[in-house]
Design a protein around this ligand. Structure first.
Ligand SMILES: *[C@@H]1O[C@H](CO)[C@@H](O)[C@H](O)[C@H]1NC(C)=O
Ligand SMILES: *[C@@H]1O[C@H](CO)[C@@H](O)[C@H](O)[C@H]1NC(C)=O
Ligand SMILES: *[C@@H]1O[C@H](CO)[C@@H](O)[C@H](O)[C@H]1NC(C)=O
Ligand SMILES: *[C@@H]1O[C@H](CO)[C@@H](O)[C@H](O)[C@H]1NC(C)=O
Ligand SMILES: *[C@@H]1O[C@H](CO)[C@@H](O)[C@H](O)[C@H]1NC(C)=O
Ligand SMILES: *[C@@H]1O[C@H](CO)[C@@H](O)[C@H](O)[C@H]1NC(C)=O
Ligand SMILES: *[C@@H]1O[C@H](CO)[C@@H](O)[C@H](O)[C@H]1NC(C)=O
Length: 644
């Protein structure tokens, strides 16, 4: 554990809130606070029915936090290699104190709730001060927010979610509220980036039983013995080590940590790990990740298929293989019924989104994540582990499917984790400039024949590290320059429509737009020059040999690139920890700096086609296909080690 647990428990409890609000405030007109950008009906959901008015609807009000506008500067101060404050990460308590809502914010919002008829006992505040919660009925909430709730049903799975199209609050309250849940925020379920992107390996590789030490679990579980000679057709641990000049790794530190996020029902199978390790990393046979179950999560093994096991197998086999014998923490998130969103794993590591201390208050049960029947009824998993030093997540959603308030609030939490010394990695998406749900029409809706590029989230959050994908070009070797991935998948990249450009990439992005102007207009992408560009860097994402469901598959995607990059950062952290220094934390200001320029292999071939265009093109310097390039680990380790 990096932080004493007591610090977390301080940040978690709810206390009943007692305050005398001015009862004379005159109720003013409501104004719309949030409205959906995309209706669920556009994406395979249908309105099923109106919920009954007496049903409980636990309402969570995200209060405006202080100092959020300074977050980027605070993060730069401890993450930029030229800053004298480099590496001076914050304690959780410092984070809570810095961003707590202003007293006026709490007073005004509580005053409004009391005026609206909610008694003091019904209003609770999280001890991390970010949220108010009231236990209300659907009818009461509809009255409070001047809205109408519906239950939505997924056309295929029958899954249900509750929500409204828009909601309002009094004008004078608006500036004190980030967002209110559950309302317009729809959980489409983070989908694994590599979900459908694989090829059957078939008769992959040559059987070589003399070398094959892993168990034979199924007839098609053929051993694979690729060499460095065919990394253009099959990527293995050794190919990656050669490509990125990875030195022999023998951990020298204690307490290093690396977390991988998976969303249920996605799960790994123990036999698959052993099949992979038996072939590629024999001393890991029998080794498993440390499993942290978040919000009723299960590592289900009942149903098995590539789409249920592919992502987890890939992530764990490569993260464990590269960082062996580092223990990997598996952050298995969400139950089988409702699944979960990104906020849920954030809750589990820092408590920032936690809205109640579950279990202590029977009236608060079942809040995670919505009140529909059948789901996990236990306490929400809140601050249950210290954040690992590196967290890789290979899931994403279209930026247009999340409200700006919600995206910014979540992004702020990634920034807070950066302040505390955690590196957050997300895969940049596998559809080039297109989104999961197609491209956008002129009013910004995802449609089949859209022509506007569709950026991804959370990778557009400037406080995460977005990882794109490269490939060993066909008929090339690991000793030749890679290109952007153009097999099966295309590296997600582009520009945000929500987040403005962070300082650390201003010069890189403006030089790209000036020296290599893309042949598109504002009708295709946010070419304002003031919007966040992604990805930040890249790593190989083509032809990974992965053991899944008893056999070997070839897997493609930025899903491969993110856990591999996370493994390299974990090696860097090991060197720093062994030298008595802290982990690197947020790496973006470093990787864009002049000091680090030579530690990346600039990618200048290929593009990320999508939306019936060639997409962007990889060029000299940063580009919205492969970022600053792929890492040279041999160079990165001494560079990061030289920083305080
Ligand atoms: C490593 O963790 C152990 C057990 O949690 C703790 O006692 C020790 O102080 C930690 N060491 C460092 C260097 O943080
Ligand atoms: C397995 O699949 C069946 C049929 O689709 C489904 O009813 C069941 O809930 C699934 N079980 C798990 C653990 O996912
Ligand atoms: C864009 O698509 C949405 C959803 O299909 C539709 O409601 C809207 O009218 C479309 N806008 C234009 C300009 O076609
Ligand atoms: C896209 O499809 C819609 C509905 O089929 C049609 O109305 C619209 O004109 C099409 N737009 C383009 C740019 O082709
Ligand atoms: C790779 O080499 C093979 C055999 O020499 C050839 O058939 C194939 O066209 C080459 N592929 C590319 C992309 O150059
Ligand atoms: C482009 O990005 C900027 C900065 O994020 C944003 O303010 C602007 O609204 C975006 N433009 C469009 C058309 O979305
Ligand atoms: C990576 O850095 C090492 C050490 O400086 C160097 O020997 C190697 O050639 C570099 N790799 C590439 C692909 O440039």
């Amino acid at each position: 554990m990096r932080f004493p647990l007591v610090v977390f428990s301080l940040g978690l409890g709810y206390f009943s809130f007692c305050i005398s609000a001015p009862s004379s405030t005159i109720r003013t007109n409501h104004v719309i606070h949030e409205k959906r950008a995309v209706e669920p009906q556009a994406l395979d959901w249908t309105i099923s029915h109106r919920p009954e008015g007496h049903k409980r609807l636990p309402l969570r009000i995200g209060l405006t936090q202080q100092n959020v506008q300074n977050l980027e500067d605070m993060l730069m101060a401890i993450s930029h290699p030229d800053s004298p404050e480099y590496g001076k990460h914050w304690t959780p308590q410092q984070v809570v104190d810095t961003f707590a809502p202003a007293e006026e914010t709490v007073r005004k919002v509580v005053g409004w709730l009391k005026e609206s008829g909610f008694s003091t006992e019904k209003i609770k505040m999280s001890a991390n001060k970010g949220w108010l919660q009231i236990d209300a009925s659907v009818a009461e909430v509809e009255e409070l927010l001047n809205t109408e709730y519906h239950v939505y049903k997924h056309l295929e799975t029958g899954e249900e979610q509750i929500g409204c199209h828009e909601y309002s609050v009094p004008a004078e309250i608006r500036e004190h509220i980030d967002l209110i849940k559950p309302t317009v925020h729809f959980n489409y379920g983070p989908s694994p980036q590599s979900g459908t992107k694989f090829k059957r390996a078939g008769d992959l590789g040559q059987p070589s039983s003399s070398k094959f030490t892993g168990p034979k679990k199924s007839p098609n579980a053929k051993p694979v013995s690729p060499t460095l000679a065919n990394c253009d057709e099959m990527i293995t641990l050794d190919c990656l080590r050669a490509l990125y000049s990875v030195p022999d790794f023998t951990p020298k530190s204690k307490n290093n940590s690396y977390g991988i996020v998976e969303f249920t029902p996605q799960a790994f199978l123990a036999d698959d790990l052993d099949l992979f390790f038996g072939n590629f990393s024999p001393n890991l046979v029998g080794v498993r990740p440390d499993i942290v179950l978040i919000d009723g999560a299960v590592v289900q093994t009942t149903n098995q298929s590539f789409s249920l096991n592919g992502e987890s197998s890939l992530d764990l086999e490569y993260a464990m293989g590269l960082t062996n014998p580092q223990t990997i923490t598996l952050l298995q998130t969400g139950d089988l019924v409702e699944g979960a969103g990104f906020d849920n794993w954030l809750d589990a590591v820092d408590g920032s989104f936690c809205t109640f201390e579950g279990g202590d208050d029977p009236t608060q049960d079942g809040i995670y994540p919505d009140p529909l029947p059948g789901g996990f009824k236990g306490p929400e998993s809140c601050g249950i582990i210290a954040p690992p030093f590196v967290v890789s997540t290979s899931y994403g959603q279209d930026e247009v499917t999340i409200s700006a308030f919600s995206a910014i609030r979540q992004c702020t939490e990634y920034g807070k984790l950066g302040l505390m010394g955690t590196s957050i990695l997300y895969s940049s998406g596998d559809r080039g400039v297109a989104g999961r749900d197609g491209c956008l029409n002129s009013t910004g809706q995802p449609v089949a024949n859209g022509t506007m590029f569709s950026p991804q989230f959370p990778v557009t959050c400037p406080f995460v590290t977005a990882v794109g994908a490269t490939q060993v070009n066909p008929n090339s070797t690991v000793f030749e320059p890679e290109g952007a991935c153009e097999q099966v998948i295309f590296s997600g990249g582009g520009f945000s429509n929500i987040f403005s450009i962070p300082d650390y990439q201003k010069s890189a992005v403006s030089s790209f737009l000036k020296n290599h102007p893309p042949p598109y207009t504002s009708a295709q992408f946010n070419n304002s020059g003031i919007s966040r560009g992604y990805p930040d860097l890249a790593a190989n994402g083509a032809n990974y040999v992965v053991a899944v469901d008893g056999g070997f598959e070839l897997v493609f995607g930025t899903s491969c690139s993110s856990p591999v990059t996370g493994s390299f950062i974990t090696m860097i952290n090991d060197a720093r920890l062994a030298a008595g220094k802290g982990p690197v934390g947020f790496i973006n200001p470093a990787i864009y700096s002049d000091k680090f320029k030579d530690a990346f292999n600039d990618i200048t071939m290929g593009g990320n086609q999508g939306c019936n265009t060639p997409g962007f093109t990889a060029t000299e310097g940063w580009d919205p296909v492969t970022g600053v390039g792929t890492p040279n680990v041999s160079k990165l380790i001494p560079l990061f080690l030289s920083l305080p």
